[in-house]
Design a protein around this ligand. Structure first.
Ligand SMILES: NC(=O)c1ccc[n+]([C@@H]2O[C@H](COP(=O)([O-])OP(=O)(O)OC[C@H]3O[C@@H](n4cnc5c(N)ncnc54)[C@H](OP(=O)(O)O)[C@@H]3O)[C@@H](O)[C@H]2O)c1
Length: 284
């Protein structure tokens, strides 16, 4: 058992090996929080901890958990061990996610679609679930889901990703109203475009593209404030609201022109990006 100082808050974070998760870890580490970092690639988790200025072997500050978030029993066992050793965390962020375009006319893509639902929706709920009862008993804590602006409407070739994020948004909303009297907050964060491995293969224009660090600073502010729903950046919130209300007849007519996410294994990083987005990623 590696009990840390009782006064130091803890954040649990899935998808911590890269992108938004690694950037969120850095923000909480800089605040002196204890980190519980979860992802499959153990060597990257190690590197993220070191990048945060933490010794991965220092069990009083950081726990690295190499796990597939679809393994519900594994997640539950790790959560039980954490609750026993460090007590109930202050913040749990279900961030792990995958994104591929799907062509539902192709038999192979059906499994890809089911996998996307599994990781982005099922595993997100499995991440939050073990902490609901302890947070409710304590009367405080924040459960966070990283959704997406793509959850607002169905975009072409995105039947699985849009559905998974829409499902997550609704599930978090249900949880938020359920937990409201208990003092536990449920925060939904919908990023627009952020320059990570996930968007590296996009060949369409990505307006208001953020770096992961820019995103993480804003996301943590929204979590601190206990906001019910935050779209980051705010410019995408305007677009998102518009998408939400635009009549179906108009949406259907124009949405087909929107850039299409490549199918799984069809990514060609940075090809066809706008020059501005290439520069944002450090390219020329
Ligand atoms: N980037 C964007 O523009 C954008 C926009 C909207 C929403 N989002 C959402 O933000 C979240 C983070 O995405 P990102 O852009 O940071 O992508 P990323 O760099 O590809 O990171 C995805 C993370 O999820 C983890 N992950 C994926 N499948 C997993 C599994 N089965 N078990 C455990 N961990 C798994 C990966 O870790 P391992 O591979 O090591 O397991 C990795 O740490 C996702 O939920 C995504 O949908 C991103």
């Amino acid at each position: 058992m590696t009990a840390g100082p009782a006064t130091v808050p803890t954040v649990v974070l899935t998808g911590a090996s890269s992108g938004l998760g690694a950037a969120l870890a850095a923000v909480y580490a800089a605040r002196g929080w204890r980190l519980v970092l979860i992802a499959r690639r153990a060597e990257l988790l190690d590197a993220v901890a070191r990048g945060c200025g933490l010794d991965p072997a220092d069990g009083s500050r950081v726990r690295l958990i190499a796990a597939d978030v679809r393994d519900v029993d594994h997640l539950r066992a790790e959560a039980d061990a954490l609750l026993r050793d460090w007590g109930c965390p202050q913040v749990v962020i279900a961030n792990a996610g995958i994104s591929h375009g799907v062509d539902l006319s192709q038999a192979d893509d059906l499994q890809v679609a089911l996998d996307i639902m599994d990781v982005n929706w099922g595993a997100a709920l499995a991440t939050l679930s073990p902490f609901i009862a302890p947070m409710r008993a304590r009367g405080s804590g924040t459960l966070v889901g990283i959704a997406s602006v793509a959850g607002v409407r169905g975009l072409p070739c995105h039947a699985a990703y849009c559905a998974s994020k829409a499902a997550l948004i609704r599930s978090l909303e249900s949880l938020r109203v359920e937990l409201r009297p208990s003092g536990v907050k449920v925060v939904t964060i919908s990023p627009g475009y952020v320059a990570t491995a996930m968007t590296a293969g996009n060949r369409f224009r990505m307006p208001f593209l953020l770096t992961p660090e820019e995103f993480a600073q804003r996301a943590v502010r929204a979590i601190d404030a206990g906001r019910a729903y935050a779209t980051i950046p705010w410019q995408m919130a305007v677009l998102s609201k518009f998408l939400h209300v635009v009549p179906r007849a108009i949406f259907d007519r124009y949405a087909g022109r929107y850039g299409r996410k490549p199918r799984k294994d069809a990514c060609a990083p940075c090809q066809g990006m706008t020059r501005r987005n290439r520069i944002r990623r450090g390219g020329r």
